[in-house]
Design a binder for this molecule. Sequence first.
Ligand code: F6R
Length: 600
Amino acid sequence: MCGIVGYIGTEDAKEILLKGLEKLEYRGYDSAGIAVRNGEDVRVYKEKGRIAELRKMVDDSFDTTTGIGHTRWATHGVPNRENSHPHQSESGRFTLVHNGVIENYEQLREAYLTGVTFKSDTDTEIIVQLVEHFSKEGLDTEAAFVEVLKLLHGSYALGLLDTENPDVIYVAKNKSPLLVGLGDGFNVIASDAMAMLQVTDTYTELHDGEIVLITKENIEIKDLEGNVITREPYKAEIDASDIEKGTYAHYMLKEIHEQPAVMRRIIQKYQDDKGNLTIDKDIVKAAREADRVYIVACGTSYHAGLVGKEYLEKWAGIPTEVHVASEFVYNMPLLSKKPLFIFISQSGETADSRAVLVAVKELGYPALTITNVPGSTLSREADHTLILHAGPEIAVASTKAYTAQIAVLAIFAQVVAADAGVKTEIDLLPELAKVTSAITTIVDDAKLMEDIASKYLSTTRNAFFIGRTMDFYVGLEGALKLKEISYIQAEGFAGGELKHGTIALIEDGVPVIALATQESVNLSIRGNVKEVVARGALPCIISMRGLEKEGDAYVIPAVHEMLSPLVSVVTLQLISYYAALHRGADVDKPRNLAKSVTVE
Ligand code: F6R
């Protein structure tokens, strides 16, 4: 979703900003722009489309050491040049980039800006016009900025330039992510640390309701009452090679291939000196005290939550519900007496999940975030965090974070069960080792997945995924993966549910991808396949060694069936990847999607 960078220092700001925006491309965007200044001369370059197009517009000869940049994912107003950021005030004195959504922008325009001519349809332009409005009333820029912030309802990360105070970038944050990066003789702002890793690995977090005045030598953080805040910086633990594609054609392919390494890292991170699985004692205590767990998440993370529910119920014996965050926030179920909330979020920034977290904290309930991003908003605001250790996930379609989420949930449930003295049906460590080698086998068989994609998905308009029990959850994830990157309309169904309506859509040649990794339902899912074949469907069965039958499209190595989602999903990730590739889609940056969904 929208991304922000800013730089103030002594080097060429244009290049630093453009490189920073390229690093934010993975978040998803439809237009981009930068504003750079030399003294009072501020140049704005912005355009619909890719950063590569923006790059062509920028005047190389313009000498500049200060600027702000933005990638926009349209919310208010279509993606076009006018609606792209940066936006300028009527006189051109103030220039602004914004990430987030201002809910009361129409009321503010009517209350303060009736005489102003607007150039865009965005909520953002209100902010920059309001700063000019208050500065015309006599407030200095900082005071005008604060006055505006006090009026805004909604989410924002902001970077503001003022031609009359050219040595400062004014910055503010509420709900949308933003970091300040520190350097020697320069400072930067960025939506995430990866964007500015090219110049610094030292960052300071910003909290909601703070503003920052950034010069090349200094940063000053204040609250809206003007109280100065001091905060220790931290080193971003990201290896620059983690955010490069290396020899892979796409980030998604690289991230699929990284899954065995991620499994090994998780096993190592969650093991104590004696080689036993371990989880922070306070987190285990919180789970033991809970009479019910509520897992709240979106998209792929929600699908991982469905698998996690099985572990928490079957191993740790805790009743567990899984909810879509955007629904939960408006329609909270009747809660148990001692709930524990678990937020699963790769990015740790998803606005829908955060809205639930805020509501839950207001009610006083304990919350655990399972995330890939230490220091992310959901991590900071929950009582406890478990880190995924998957490394940065750049492709918009989540792959290694999903398997990491399931592995961490499995470890969590096992440790809670062990703490309660319950002996579970599974010895998790050796079984996770088997999973790791099974995933390796599958990525080595990538060519076979490419053949499956060619055979079943090269021309079809739609596809169905079916499975029962654990396989049903994986089918939901497989369908999401396929639709989001290949644009094939794909739906996941419980094997037995298709005949209750959706089977009407089965006709000659429609691919039905069936998962058959669960012994107890192997015969019934194969029965469901027969039902669709009788109606002309093209079946593609992914089964597991020991349960296979002649004609299955691919047989995954045998693993404990509670852990089969970690393995079978990798086949579906690869099949989706090749289907998208063959259809000429932009695999890493699918249309309309954002990596980090920071608006509700
Ligand atoms: C799909 C995908 C999304 C995310 C969802 C939640 O491949 O990545 O469905 O899973 O937007 O994002 P996080 O996990 O960052 O909260």
